[in-house]
Design a binder for this molecule. Structure first.
Ligand SMILES: CCC[C@@H](CC(=O)O)C(=O)C(=O)O
Ligand SMILES: [Zn+2]
Length: 333
């Protein structure tokens, strides 16, 4: 029988079940030279960086409640466990080629931290789930500001420099209920995803899996999100999804997961293991060097620009699909 210190804090009963199997994301000590070899083209979990040690040493829900400050925080509410992002600037009925109004799968409210924590404590089955996703700014309480200043900026600034990333655009604080899921999507920024409290399962797919992931059209409110429901994939509509090759890991306090720009990621707070706290560090991409053959994420960017240009000239998004179909079907096989 493993001792308490060796006993894993979680097991497969805390994980949701999916139809795919995943390889493991590599884990490396922060000072291992292979970390920099992997970064910018592969995800990696970096151990022992102390990136957010000033937080992992102290932060839990009680500390956040006491020190988050008096400003309101962005909280998403969902009727189920999925928190699927949508761009409300893209919600116009005409951009829905199936002609139905877009019904947002979750709603955004502004909430004081005390109210958020109270709702978490009193939550019962059937209630809307909650997920706080708040940008860390100087408006938070002084203790949190002090902890933020205490992050290992020397280490992460050196990473930003080594990999020629652009500027740090934001640090988001995520306080999630157990079992919450952020469905599969990609972002257009580099991401250091620092786990502070609790355990999250991260499933990632490379940009070269584009044809298996079926992203929504760029003009759709769910732009950058996969149309495939990982829990109940529609293999008729999305036949190539069964061939998707992904990697996964469960990260815990002190782990930093590097999520490369344009990499698909599905993130779930483990079930029945309590709330989780994460801080992410989003960086603008570095300068694009054009070398042939182009990288897969560069082709995703090209496809995005083609869709945007077509919408610009066609005006009606319902004409984008037919024009692309007419352009390629039977002509490039
Ligand atoms: C709003 C999404 C937050 C996060 C996923 C998660 O931790 O639930 C993520 O996707 C990212 O940091 O890019
Ligand atoms: Zn993301």
């Amino acid at each position: 029988m493993a001792s308490a210190s060796e006993r894993k804090p979680w097991d497969s009963s805390n994980l949701r079940k999916y139809c795919l199997n995943f390889e493991e994301i590599p884990r490396l000590p922060f000072d291992d030279p292979r970390v920099d070899e992997l970064i910018s083209s592969n995800p990696v979990i970096i151990e022992g960086s102390n990136l957010v040690k000033s937080a992992t040493d102290k932060w839990n829900l009680e500390y956040i409640e006491r020190h988050m400050g008096v400003t309101t925080n962005t909280v998403y509410l969902s009727r189920n466990h999925k928190f699927k992002y949508f761009d409300d600037k893209k919600i116009q009925s005409r951009t829905n080629p199936r002609g139905v109004e877009f019904s947002p799968p979750m709603r955004k409210v502004e909430m004081k931290v005390e109210e958020f924590m109270k709702k978490l404590r009193e939550w019962k089955r059937g209630d809307e789930r909650l997920y706080m996703q708040q940008s860390l700014t100087a408006a938070v309480g002084p203790n949190i500001v002090q902890d933020f200043v205490g992050f290992n900026w020397k280490w992460i600034n050196a990473k930003q420099k080594t990999h020629c990333w652009g500027k740090l655009t934001s640090n988001l604080l995520y306080v999630s209920m157990e079992g919450n899921v952020t469905p599969c999507h990609y972002d257009e920024q580099e991401n250091f995803f620092a786990q502070v409290y609790g355990y999250k399962r991260c499933i990632l797919f490379s940009p070269d899996q584009f044809q298996c992931m079926y992203p929504y059209p760029v003009h759709h409110p769910h732009d950058r999100q996969s149309m495939v429901d990982l829990e109940r994939p529609d293999h008729t509509r999305f036949p190539r999804f069964k061939d998707a090759k992904g990697v996964e890991a469960v990260i815990g306090p002190g782990d930093v997961l590097y999520i490369p720009i344009y990499w698909w990621h599905h993130i779930e707070s483990l079930m029945r293991l309590g709330p989780t706290i994460t801080i992410n560090f989003w960086y603008k991409a570095g300068p694009t060097t054009i070398e042939y053959p182009l990288k897969d994420h560069q082709k995703v960017s090209i496809m995005r620009n083609i869709e945007k240009m077509l919408l610009e000239v066609l005006q009606d998004p319902r004409e984008v699909g037919p024009l692309l179909r007419n352009m390629v079907l039977g002509r490039f096989d």
